[in-house]
Design a binder for this molecule. Structure first.
Ligand SMILES: *Cc1c(COP(=O)(O)O)cnc(C)c1O
Length: 416
């Protein structure tokens, strides 16, 4: 590139910068419209990180586990690339309780949050010509990671009329011999849906037919508050191999601790046989592992009875989901097709025909930020234009306040 007569062989990834989408980046963009003259507190429906709110603060037992690990003086060295054995063993035991087979510690990789788990898997799968199947809408990190890594993304739809289930026919139509895996997120971010055992089985059967494996993002595992139980995808690992992703971030409400994992829920050993595990091990050698003391605290975190904390968390989420669903559907410019049953998120359709002079979801979110100090994630950030993603992980009174502001925004901007 020629500039001012000087020549430099330096170039950013322009194409990738253009298509790079993250939740944080999108929310920063919307937050620029906030009006600093507004004295009201900002209501943030954007981030799915309630850990700072009093009702979602992690329990003291979990904090003590970390304090004990630090105080033990045992966790000050570099951790091995594969992670501390006691942490991996504790995770294997913890997960085996809800699986029809036993995981061994060799089948557990600890990572710096679920985000690093995504990075590892995408990096391991990237090769010339390969493609990966990613839902739309989805937590955007999968697609952005794949784009930066040079792995082709093919999107299949989740169907709102069908509780946001996977369009399995579309999956089969999209896949070819270069397809390496399918990603599912259950309980779902951004839709708040929870898949039935039957649907998960169908996904596994489809993957088997296509000769691919399933990447199951279960960062919201067990965070369900509707009628459906949480079923781990690993239950169907004998139909098609599954890599299960998780972390402490959501259920234990400590996203800043950056501890996640990859589990090989593949009782037939197909991933191992095909070199995927070896590639993960090798990739782990070149990236920073999670902090040793956090790994040191894992056995105690999982052993401590954090049930009470978690059930309180689920009670708050259920109440909030009820309020959000009810209030949203009272405002004519919104439709929430499915009441959230898990995670802490909901997808809401924006009915632009009910509003004057608002062209799309980004413009809507910008104006709401400006006029009502309410931050919402535009659907385009998760792949669905003219939808909105709401997080309801917050204090109940903040949801009520936010909904009242959205109602008054609607009254000022409604068409009739
Ligand atoms: C929050 C989230 C992640 C990231 O998890 P961390 O442990 O914070 O890195 C990954 N996937 C989904 C679906 C999420 O909602």
């Amino acid at each position: 590139m020629e500039m001012n007569g000087e020549r430099w062989n330096i170039e950013g990834k322009e194409e990738m910068n253009k298509s790079s989408v993250t939740v944080r980046g999108s929310l920063n963009q919307i937050s620029r419209y906030l009006n600093s003259e507004d004295d009201r507190p900002v209501i943030g429906f954007g981030h799915a990180d309630p850990s700072g709110f009093p009702s979602f603060r992690t329990s003291s037992a979990i904090v003590e586990a970390l304090v004990d690990a630090v105080r033990s003086w045992k966790f000050n060295s570099y951790p091995s690339a594969q992670g501390l054995l006691p942490a991996r063993r504790a995770l294997a035991e913890y997960y085996s309780k809800s699986l029809p087979y036993q995981l061994s510690s060799d089948e557990v990789f600890v990572t710096a949050g679920c985000l690093q788990a995504i990075e590892i898997i995408i990096s391991v799968l990237t090769r010339p010509g390969a493609n990966i199947l990613i839902p739309r809408p989805a937590f955007p990190h999968y697609e952005t990671r794949a784009i930066f890594g040079g792995l082709e993304v093919r999107n299949f739809n989740l169907i709102p009329q069908n509780n946001w289930e996977v369009d399995l026919e579309a999956v089969q139509a999209l896949a070819d011999n270069n397809t390496v895996a399918i990603v599912i997120i259950n309980p779902n971010n951004p839709c708040g849906s929870v898949y039935t055992s039957q649907h998960l089985k169908e996904i596994a059967e489809t993957a088997r037919k296509l000769g691919i494996f399933v990447i199951s993002d279960e960062v919201y595992a067990h965070m369900v508050f509707g009628k459906k139980p949480f079923v781990p995808m690993g239950e169907f690992g004998s139909i098609a191999p599954v890599l299960t992703l998780g972390s402490l971030s959501k259920k234990w409400s400590v996203p800043g601790w950056r501890l996640g994992w990859i589990l090989t829920t593949d009782p037939n050993g197909i991933l191992k046989k095909h070199g995927i595990l070896e590639s993960i091990e090798n990739y782990k050698e070149i990236i920073p592992p999670p902090a040793t003391c956090i790994q040191g605290a894992v056995p105690q975190i999982l052993a401590k009875n954090s049930d009470e904390f978690v059930s309180g968390l689920l009670d708050s989420l259920k109440t909030n989901a009820d309020i959000l669903y009810e209030k949203i559907n009272e405002i004519p410019c919104f439709t929430c097709p499915n009441k959230p049953e898990g995670s802490m998120l909901a997808m809401v359709k924006l009915n632009l025909e009910q509003l004057k002079g608002i062209g799309d979801d980004v413009e809507f979110c910008s104006k709401v930020a400006r006029e009502e100090s309410v931050v919402i994630l535009p659907g385009i950030a998760v792949g669905l234009k003219n939808w909105l993603r709401f997080s309801f992980g917050m204090e109940r009174c903040a949801i009520e306040d936010g909904m009242a502001r959205l109602e008054s925004f609607y009254q000022r901007h409604k068409l009739h």
